[in-house]
Design a protein around this ligand. Sequence first.
Ligand SMILES: Nc1ncnc2c1ncn2[C@@H]1O[C@H](COP(=O)(O)OP(=O)(O)OP(=O)(O)O)[C@@H](O)[C@H]1O
Ligand SMILES: [Mg+2]
Length: 281
Amino acid sequence: MSRLYTKNINIGYDEKVIVKNLNIKIPDGKITAIIGPNGCGKSTLLKAITRIISPKSGTVILDGKDILKENTKKLARKMAILPQTPEGATGLTVGELVSYGRFPYQKGFGRLTKKDYEVIDWALEVTGTKDYKFRSIDALSGGQRQRVWIAMALAQETEIIFLDEPTTYLDIAHQLEVLELLQKLNLEQERTIVMVLHDLNQAARFADYIIALKDGQVVKAGSCEEVINQEVLKEVFNIDAKISRDPRTNKPICVTYNLLKGVSNNEKNNNFSSNSICVNY
Ligand SMILES: Nc1ncnc2c1ncn2[C@@H]1O[C@H](COP(=O)(O)OP(=O)(O)OP(=O)(O)O)[C@@H](O)[C@H]1O
Ligand SMILES: [Mg+2]
């Protein structure tokens, strides 16, 4: 039984339901990637699981308890989230922002302890942001700022970490660094990592478990072989993907893909229809 799962969860905004009757389990101590088209509900799902928004119905269970009934600081010691577009840091220094990650551990007047300072320095160090510690967050590049937000989430020292597109703004080397750091935290400290990724090859390479969403529902959840394959990618993204094996990791990789156009929903379950138009990428 997973520590964290959703039970018939419906999530939306105003009258509109985005995530529909969803049941997912987050495997403990593993890396889970959530993939799916823009607007399919990935961020909405992450927000509900981390209690940023409340579901319309259904529940999110963590350690046998509905998260809506959990104490805020206690929940924040169990789960951290890096949102897709973090906000509210204007005017802060990098060190100040990362120190906010220690909020769940503060008592009384909220003074930072020696342990807090150690964790903050560790988070700055592993994300390669310690040189900016005293700089204003507003004076950083997009990629530098993204790594500072990751540092803040890490400073929260939670067993479960959610990251919504953590590689946004990062160059390819920094993308790999961040993903390898998360992998290290997972392998060495058994942290449970859940991240939204658009890069399918990174999802296949780093995740133990992949959840493919479309229109607020799960198309397929399973190992990278079960999800990163021609059939599932066609269903989820409407692409014809050629899948091979990464010679270094032996994980599935999408080497090339065509966009399938002119395929109606009824035809999607068949192979190519004769009137399909293929756009090469
Ligand atoms: N605050 C909001 N109010 C109203 N509708 C919203 C709000 N946030 C998101 N939506 C809508 O909900 C749907 C799902 O959005 P969501 O952000 O979950 O998508 P996503 O899968 O994360 O997409 P992306 O890959 O672009 O980040 C979209 O149609 C979006 O326009
Ligand atoms: Mg999103």
